[in-house]
Design a protein around this ligand. Sequence first.
Ligand code: C2O
Ligand code: CU
Length: 423
Amino acid sequence: IGPDGARVFDLEMRAGTADLGHGPQTRTWGVNGDYLGPTIRAARGDTVRINVDNELGETSTLHWHGMHLPAAMDGGPHQLIETGQRWAPEWTIAQPAATLWYHPHLHGATAEHVYRGIAGMFIVDEPGGPDLPSEYGVDDIPVIVQDKQFRDGQLDMSPALFAEAGVLGGDVLVNGTPAPYLEVTTERVRLRLLNASSARSYRFVVAGTATVDLIGTDGGLLERPHRVDHVQLSPGERAEIIVEVAAGTTAVLRSEPPELGLNFWTDRFSGGDDTLEILGLRAVDNLAPSPGPPPVLAAPRDLGEPATRRELTITSSSTINGRTMDMERIDETVTVGTTEIWEVRNATGDPHNFHIHDVQFQILDPEGPLQSGPKDTVYIRPGQVVRLLVRFEHYTDPATPYMFHCHLLAHEDRGLMGQFVVV
Ligand code: C2O
Ligand code: CU
C-alpha cells in the first residue's frame, strides 16, 4: 500500500533459465522469476499502481488483458517500456470479479515475448460476491495452459510448414510445469483456466469420477452455474469451473480435439486432431467440506440499447477490412457512454478469434453457456459472423487508442489488428 492508499505491485521482467521438462538450461523470460509471473490479486474499487521494470535487454510492453482502464494505462503497443526503464500505470478497478491476465503487446513481437514466458494472471475480487472457493492455491487454482515445442532443450517457436495458425507444441505446461498434478483436498476446487497459448485451442474435459460446473467466463461470473461436459477456449480466453472429484480417486483435466469448424486439412494443422493431458487431479481420501456453487452467481447485465453498428471483416491472417495494422492510423472512433453492435466476420478459411481491449462484451446469439457471460475474446470459425454488444464507458482519450485483434498471436503480429479511440 502506497502513501496515497494505492495498492502497489512491483513487477520485473527479466531473462533467466528454467526447467520446463527439457533440462534446466532452457532460456526463458519471466516476471519476478524465471518463467511466467506472479498472480496479481486486487478488488473492485482498489486503486492499483504497478511498477513494471523491463530488464529483458529489449523493448517490450505489459498489457492488462480484460481490464477496463484508461487507454494510456492499457499496456498496448503504444506504451513501450524500453529496456532498463520503468513504466508505472495506475488505475482504479471498476469491474466485477474476474480472471484476467497480463502479457506483452509489442507490435510484431507479442507471440515471441509471450512464448518466452512473460504472462501472468490478474484476479479481480468483488467484495460481497457469492460464496465460492477462493483460497488461492488450495481450492482456488490458476491454470495457465500453454503448449510448447522444444528443440535441443530450447523453446522453439518456428511453426510447422502448414500451420497457418502459428506454432503448435506437443508439450503442455500448466503454470510453467510439465506433467503437473494437483492434490485436491476439498470437496470442490475452482479452476481458473487461461489459454495463454499462441495458436492452440483447447477443449477441456475432466475424465474420471467428477463433475464440472462452469461459473465464469473472460470477464466474470455467469448469472448461474451450468453443468458442462466440456469447455473450449481459444487463445486468450478464460473460464472458471468448479470441479468436484470423488474422494480417493484421480481424475484428469484433458483437452480433446477442439471443434474449430475448419476443413479436414486446415483442422489438422490447427491442432484439431490433438488430445492432450493437461492436469492430474488427485483427490485425497478425506476431503474438507466446501459449499456447492450457489444457484445465482451474478445479476443480469444491461449494456443498453445499441446506437451504432460496425462491420469488421477478417479478410486474411493479417488484415481486417482489407487493411493491415498501422500504428499511425485510427480505425474506429466510438463515443463514450454508448453501446454498439460489432459484427465480426471471418471471411477466411482459417481459424481466428477476436479480442477487444477495455471492454467486456455480450455475445448476441451465444453458442452455449461459455458465450453467455461477459467476454473479451471470442472464437470465430470460417464463414461465421459473431455479433457483439459492446458498451464503452468512463474513459476517453482522443490521442491514445485501444486495440482490437485476433488473439492467435502470429496473426496479431502480422497485422490482424486495428485501433479505436473512445472520445
Ligand atoms: Cu491479450 Cu490485445 O491482448
Ligand atoms: Cu487470427
